[in-house]
Write a protein that binds this ligand. Structure first.
Ligand SMILES: NC(=[NH2+])NCCC[C@H](N)C(=O)O
Length: 357
């Protein structure tokens, strides 16, 4: 059985392993023991704290395979992307350069340094053991965070954001970095990615160019990478777009990977999530039903599993004793459930466009 729960100190070796195997390596999950230890401590503080509004809390979750007795994935929510230090992105802008005298009018695309995403809650630092890629475990790990946010809305912002790793070519080079950042940092993309994770980010403000970049002056390869995700993250991005997130004007500073945003009340998981009292029946007596994410309501002992969305005629969610045990719920207690399947993008209209975000 797979379960998502808050990270514990004993998970450190697993986090180190997951940080080391993420492709590409993630700034938000550096393979650095001290940083990971801090992350665990910080997460425990966030889950234990009394919080009335989003701040500097980082909530880190792990995915545990109970049969194997192994932690096989991790993911984090930062309550406010730029709580202590600003969260940096490039914002795509259009300028009109016109001259009546010469009878020219050109739309000019630029990228401007922005801190706008700082206010959003950030879903980040997801790494999953390769054996589970493309399975429901991956959806569970990615979306259990939404089940948590749905229960504790006061702890998070109305807008959720996610930054996807940007496009790297077959040699693992970032064409955007090579055309932009490299001129200022004189460092390789992977080196800078690691440094941004283990050091304070103030070096970004100090060294990155302060003026907007004109796209026309970048290499064609760099231009083509703007808003394009890393090939290994295509499926993940598609899933989050189906969830109701939208591509925004923002892209990553280093590799131009896409930043997506979602107004939380418009996301499928929030719209579909419902509370049900629990009824416990032996696994073989469970009616057939579609899979759902099912979460308990125990902040520091949060648990989220995939179970059948089997409802009794009176609206109770019928759980096996094993699932009830992992969730730590008795008969009659309430759990939050949401279908694992997402509406296909053509039938789901979130009812707003990127302009409003
Ligand atoms: N690809 C990267 N490592 N980007 C890190 C850039 C900074 C990031 N948006 C932040 O402010 O935390």
């Amino acid at each position: 059985m797979l379960v998502v729960r808050p990270v514990q100190p004993a998970d450190l070796p697993a986090l180190e392993r997951l940080a080391g195997s993420a492709t590409p390596r993630l700034t938000n999950l550096p393979a650095h023991r001290d940083r990971l230890e801090e992350r665990i401590a910080r997460s425990r503080q966030a889950f234990a704290g009394e919080v009335d509004f989003p701040g500097d809390e980082h909530y880190t979750f792990v995915l545990e395979d109970r049969e194997r007795g192994e932690v096989v994935g991790t993911a984090t929510v930062r309550a406010q992307a730029g709580a202590r230090e600003a969260y940096y992105t490039y914002r795509q802008e259009t300028l009109i350069h016109a001259s009546q005298q010469l009878n020219v009018r050109r739309e000019v695309q630029t990228l401007a340094l922005s801190h706008e995403v700082s206010e959003a809650s950030l879903l980040c630092a997801l790494s999953l053991d390769a054996r589970y890629k493309g399975t429901s475990a991956e959806s569970l790990l990615r979306r259990a965070r939404l089940m948590f946010i749905a229960q504790y809305p006061e702890r998070f912002a109305e807008i959720l954001a996610m930054a996807f790793p940007g496009y790297l070519d077959a040699d693992g080079e970032s064409p955007f970095w090579n055309s932009v950042g490299r001129h200022f940092f004189v460092r390789d993309y992977h080196e800078i990615n690691y440094l941004a994770g283990v050091r304070s980010k103030s070096f970004i403000a100090e060294v990155m160019p302060q003026f907007p970049l004109y796209l026309a002056l970048l290499t064609p390869q760099a231009r083509a990478a703007i808003g394009r995700e890393h090939p290994d993250h295509e499926a993940a991005l598609a899933e989050m777009l189906a969830e109701g997130f939208l591509r925004s004007r923002h892209v990553d500073l280093f590799d131009a990977g896409p930043v997506i945003k979602g107004e939380r009340e418009r996301l499928a998981t929030f719209r579909c999530a419902a509370w049900h009292p629990v009824r416990i029946r032996p696994a073989h007596a469970l009616p057939d039903a579609e899979p759902a994410m099912v979460a308990n309501q125990q902040l520091g002992d949060f648990r989220c599993v995939v179970a059948r969305y089997a409802l009794s005629p009176t609206g109770q969610l019928i759980l096996s004793p094993e699932h009830a045990d992992v969730l730590g719920v008795e008969e009659g207690r309430a759990v939050l459930a949401a279908p694992l399947a997402l509406p296909s993008s053509d039938e789901f209209d979130p009812g707003y466009d990127e302009g409003e975000l």
